[in-house]
Write a protein that binds this ligand. Structure first.
Ligand code: ARG
Length: 464
C-alpha cells in the first residue's frame, strides 16, 4: 500500500534515527486513507479562499491564483498523476504543498484564519453529506425493488412464523412489505442525521476561533450548509454526527441481515420457498451439486464489521478532553468502510430482489402443515358467542385430534369438528382455508391481499 507513496522527504531532523522516524511517520500519517477526501478538501478550501478575498483578508489575485492551482490539482488527481507524499502526512498538507508549488505565495496564504482541525471536520461533513445522499437513494431503489416483488406476490401465501414455528398464514407480499417499512425508517434516520451533519465547522480554526474578520455564514452558504457550528471547541472536536451515522448504518445492516437470514433459510432445499438467480450465488469447489446463497450470507457477515465500526467510533470519542486530539484521525477508516459496505450491499440487494424466484407451491404446502388456521377457528367460535379462552381450549382439542389422525383442521368433517363445539356450522370451512384466513385480516397493516395492494399504492406514491 505504501509503495505508491513517494519516499521523497522533507529534511530529516537529526534528533531521530532513520528507522524509528520512518515507522513513526507511517504511524501518524493518514494520507493512505484520507486522500479520499481530496475533492471535498478542495471544495472547502475554495469556499474559504473566496470568503478571505471577499473580506479583503487576501487579494483578488491571490484568490484567482488559488482557483487556478486547485483546478490543476483536481485534474492531476483525476488523472492519477498527483504525487501523494507520506512525508506530508495527510491530504490537507499534500494539497497545500502542491498548491504552493504551483502558485507560490497565494498558496501559502490559503491557510490564513484556518487550521487543519476545522478543515478536516469540514471535509468529513461534506463527504458524509454526499454519502448520506447516495445511501438514501440506494435505500429507495431497494424499496422499489421490494415493492415490485411484493406486488407480484400480493396473493401468494406462505406460513408466517413466530418462534420459527408455523403461526398463521401470511401473504408473501405482506412479508416483503415488512422490509420496505424497515428500510423506510432507515432512510428517515439517515435524513435526520444529515441535518446535524450539514453544519459548518470552518472558522473555528484550531479551537478558539480566529482573529481575522471572517464571514462564516458566507462560507456556509457557498458550501450548502444549513448553519454554522456555534461553538468552536465543539466544532473541531466532536464526531457525534459520525457516530450517529454509523448507528443508522448499523441498523440498515441489521435489517439487511434479517432479510439475508430469511433468504438463506428459504433457499435451503429443505424449505425450497425461493431460488436466487445464479449471478448472486456460487458453487462449491468440491461438491458439484451445490449452489450457495453467498451474497446474503456475506451481507449477514458484513453486519458484524459495521456494528464494530460503531463501537470503534463510540470508544474513540469517549475519553477525549476538549478540544481536538489526534485520536480523531482514527474516525476515518471505520467511517469510510461503513459507507463502502452499505453502498455495495444496498446496490447488490436492489438488484438481487429482482432475481428472486418465488415457489408458491412450496410455500402453500408448508402453510398447510402446522395448523396455521387454528386461530381462525378460535376467532370463528368467538364470533358465535364463545369466550376467547374457551374457544382457544376447544381448538386445542381439535388440533390434538388432527395430530393423532395425521391430518389438517380443514380435513376434518363437519361432524368431527362439531365434537369440539356445537357452535361449529357448515360455514366453518371458509375460515379454515388459507385464502379465507389471509383475506379476513383486511384492516390497515393486515396481511389480506387487498391491504397489501393498498399499502403498495401508498408506498408507490411516496417512492415516486
Ligand atoms: N489528519 C488529521 C485528522 O485526520 C488532520 C488534522 C490534524 N490536526 C492536527 N492538529 N494535527 O484528524
Amino acid at each position: 500500500m505504501t509503495d505508491q507513496f513517494s519516499k521523497k522527504s522533507e529534511a530529516w531532523s537529526a534528533r531521530f534515527s532513520e528507522p524509528v522516524s520512518d515507522l513513526v511517520k507511517r504511524y501518524t500519517a493518514s494520507v493512505f486513507f484520507d486522500k479520499r477526501l481530496a475533492q471535498v478538501d478542495i471544495q472547502g478550501s475554495l469556499a474559504h479562499a473566496e470568503m478571505l478575498a471577499h473580506q479583503q483578508i487576501i487579494s483578488a489575485q491571490d484568490y484567482a491564483d488559488i482557483q487556478r492551482g486547485m483546478a490543476q490539482i483536481l485534474s492531476e488527481i483525476d488523472a492519477g498523476r498527483f504525487e501523494w507524499l507520506l512525508d506530508l502526512e495527510d491530504v490537507h498538507l499534500n494539497i497545500e504543498k502542491r498548491l504552493t508549488e504551483l502558485v507560490g505565495d497565494a498558496g501559502k496564504r490559503l491557510h490564513t484564519g484556518r487550521s487543519r482541525n476545522d478543515q478536516v471536520a469540514t471535509d468529513i461533513r461534506l463527504y458524509m453529506r454526499g454519502a448520506i445522499d447516495d445511501i438514501v437513494g440506494l435505500l429507495k431503489a431497494l424499496r422499489v425493488a421490494l415493492v415490485d416483488l411484493a406486488e407480484r406476490h400480493a396473493d401468494t401465501i406462505l406460513p408466517g412464523f413466530t418462534h420459527m414455528q408455523v403461526a398463521q398464514p401470511v401473504t408473501f407480499g405482506h412479508h416483503m412489505l415488512a422490509y420496505v417499512e424497515m428500510f423506510g425508517r432507515d432512510a428517515e434516520r439517515m435524513a435526520d442525521c444529515r441535518k446535524r451533519v450539514n453544519r459548518l465547522p470552518l472558522g473555528s480554526a484550531a479551537l478558539a476561533g480566529t482573529t481575522f474578520p471572517i464571514d462564516r455564514e458566507r462560507v456556509a452558504r457557498t458550501l450548502g450548509f444549513d448553519d454554522v457550528c456555534h461553538n468552536s471547541l465543539d466544532a473541531v472536536s466532536d464526531r457525534d454526527f459520525a457516530i450517529e451515522f454509523c448507528a443508522a448504518a448499523a441498523l440498515v445492516m441489521t435489517h439487511i441481515s434479517r432479510l439475508s437470514e430469511e433468504l438463506v433459510i428459504w433457499m435451503s432445499p429443505r424449505v425450497g420457498f425461493i431460488d436466487i438467480a445464479d449471478r448472486f450465488c456460487t458453487g462449491s469447489s468440491i461438491m458439484p451439486q451445490k449452489k450457495n446463497p453467498d451474497v446474503p450470507e456475506l451481507a449477514r457477515g458484513k453486519t458484524g464489521r459495521v456494528n464494530g465500526h460503531l463501537m470503534s467510533l463510540l470508544t474513540l470519542m469517549k475519553g477525549q478532553p476538549l478540544a481536538y486530539n489526534k485520536d480523531n484521525q482514527e474516525d476515518k477508516e471505520p467511517l469510510f468502510d461503513t459507507v463502502d459496505t452499505l453502498v455495495d450491499t444496498l446496490r447488490i440487494f436492489a438488484d438481487m430482489a429482482g432475481g428472486i424466484t418465488v415457489r408458491p407451491e412450496a410455500m402453500r404446502a408448508a402453510a398447510l402443515q402446522g395448523y396455521a388456521t387454528a386461530t381462525d377457528l378460535a376467532d370463528y367460535l368467538v364470533k358465535k358467542g364463545l369466550p376467547f379462552r374457551d374457544a382457544h381450549e376447544a381448538v386445542a382439542h381439535a388440533v390434538r385430534d388432527c395430530e393423532q389422525k395425521g391430518c389438517d383442521l380443514a380435513d376434518l368433517s363437519l361432524d368431527a369438528l362439531r365434537q369440539f363445539s356445537p357452535l361449529i356450522e357448515a360455514d366453518v370451512h371458509g375460515v379454515l382455508t388459507l385464502e379465507g384466513s389471509v383475506a379476513a385480516r383486511a384492516h390497515v397493516g393486515g396481511t389480506a391481499p387487498e391491504q397489501v395492494r393498498a399499502a403498495i399504492r401508498r408506498l408507490r406514491g411516496s417512492l415516486a
